[in-house]
Ligand binder design. Structure first.
Ligand code: ZN
Ligand code: ZN
Length: 173
């Protein structure tokens, strides 16, 4: 029950519509009162946890189902990542949506991605850093089955110079 001393400090008490507890204002985020059902910070945190776990379980099942688009790896979901394809409008990293978004939003983001393992993701990022023209060429060759060099754990022998952060400027082609 509200304690008059705390009430004097916090100014007000509120009832959490989820757990039913009457708590001082500091137990609620200011934004909580804009919700249809005001919930205390603790209940919002628990809600996020549940949503995060449920979304992650579905996303992990997709990762393992597809496997790495480049090398076929599909042993551990934690080593598989969603790679936003160039040209898609990325909202956020897929995993950053797990706690805050409904599955439909997570699935919409996944639709813009291919699943790749951490190794292949690193290699892809390296190739994109080398410039869009190089990336498009590499993708076309890869899809044509012409690139045998880029298997797992195998780095290309020669990458064009990269730019930014002290790296050399890109080569125009
Ligand atoms: Zn609560
Ligand atoms: Zn891979």
């Amino acid at each position: 029950m509200p304690n008059p001393t705390h009430a004097a400090i916090d100014g007000a008490f509120h009832k959490c519509r989820r757990c039913g507890d009457i708590k001082p204002a500091r137990c609620f985020a200011p934004s909580a009162f804009r919700r249809r059902v005001p919930m205390c910070r603790e209940c919002i945190r628990l809600d996020m946890r549940v949503r995060y776990d449920a979304n992650k379980a579905k996303a992990d099942a997709i990762k393992l189902g597809r496997g790495c688009a480049d090398c076929g790896y599909r042993t551990a979901a934690t080593a598989l990542e969603f790679d936003h394809l160039p040209g898609t409008a990325k909202v956020r990293e897929v995993s950053h949506l797990y706690g805050n978004c409904a599955w439909t939003a997570v699935a919409a983001e996944i639709a813009k991605c291919e699943v790749v393992c951490a190794n292949c993701h690193k290699i892809r990022s390296d190739k994109r850093g080398a410039g869009r023209a190089y990336w498009v060429k590499w993708r076309a060759e890869q899809e044509a089955g012409a690139v045998a060099l880029d298997g797992p754990g195998e780095l290309p022998l020669l990458l064009p110079p990269r730019h930014g952060h002290g790296r050399p400027a890109p080569v125009k082609d």
